[in-house]
Design a protein around this ligand. Structure first.
Ligand SMILES: [Zn+2]
Length: 259
């Protein structure tokens, strides 16, 4: 069981999600790009590192692997082809961490190797999603390797999950994402109230994460490409009517890249 999930700040705006077992002896980290904050956290609390979960190959998610493997001998799970990953995972793989079972989704788009980890809530108070750089609060990852159709299909795997799912993304991009979301979906009242509440959290120095899937469904433009408002925004970018959801997503994503 997991007693606590702690966001360790790293680099400029990354969080290394740290799951602490209820035995108080071991932890698991997700995407440790930098080993230093992980070591400091574990050592100050006398915790071991039993497991590491990796979502994709980017250095800010994997840069701490060699150091942490050398120091703590954790089991390391992730996509195939990453140095240090001992157990390569695929769509439908199951992995037990701190006594909690996660199911793996393949979610290509940001990178082709990207995977996400989902726990259904049976051993925690809420379902849990660790989605790396695929879904962000009010945004989604840039398409470095995949196509808009691939990313949209990946995001649909998330929208099928329970609304109470706690969404753990890797970056604190929320306020910038919300500025774009307001431009793309200007008449959405849920979005306007979210801007206020997230801004308050940042003013108090608190993370805006985790989010919930319910909040993302209501406010994230990349999960709302089937809505008329987003189709209208995409249409005004392209200068012609757009109805196909993949085309809406592609136009909104491209606009965000330039925003
Ligand atoms: Zn990335």
């Amino acid at each position: 069981m997991i007693s606590r999930i702690h966001p360790l700040p790293a680099f400029r705006d990354n969080y290394i999600w740290t799951l602490i077992g209820d035995d108080g002896a071991n932890a698991c980290v997700v995407d440790p790009g930098d080993p230093a904050p992980v070591r400091e956290f574990l050592d100050s609390r006398g915790l071991g590192l039993s497991d590491i979960l990796i979502t994709h190959h980017h250095h800010d998610h994997t840069g701490g692997l060699a150091d942490l493997i050398g120091g703590y001998q954790p089991r390391v799970y992730g996509p195939a082809g990453i140095a240090g990953v001992a157990e390569a995972l695929r769509e439908g793989s199951r992995v037990a961490v701190l006594g909690v079972e996660f199911t793996v989704f393949e979610v290509p788009g940001h990178t082709l190797d990207h995977i996400a980890y989902y726990h259904d809530g049976s051993a925690h108070r809420d379902p849990l999603l660790f989605c790396g750089d695929t879904l962000f609060a009010a945004g989604c990852g840039r398409l470095f390797e995949g196509s808009p159709a691939q990313m949209l299909a990946s995001l649909r795997k998330f929208t099928a999950l329970p609304p109470a799912t706690a969404v753990h993304c890797t970056h604190e991009y929320t306020l910038a994402n919300l500025a774009f979301a307001v431009a793309a979906d200007p008449d959405n009242p849920a979005l306007r109230s979210r801007v206020e509440s997230e801004r308050k959290k940042r003013e108090q120095g608190r993370p805006t994460l985790p989010s919930t899937l319910a909040l993302e469904l209501a406010t994230n433009p990349f999960l709302r490409c089937g809505e008329a408002a987003l189709a209208a925004s995409a249409g005004s970018r392209l200068g012609r009517p757009v109805t196909d959801e993949t085309e809406v997503f592609a136009a909104i994503r491209k606009w965000k890249d330039q925003f």
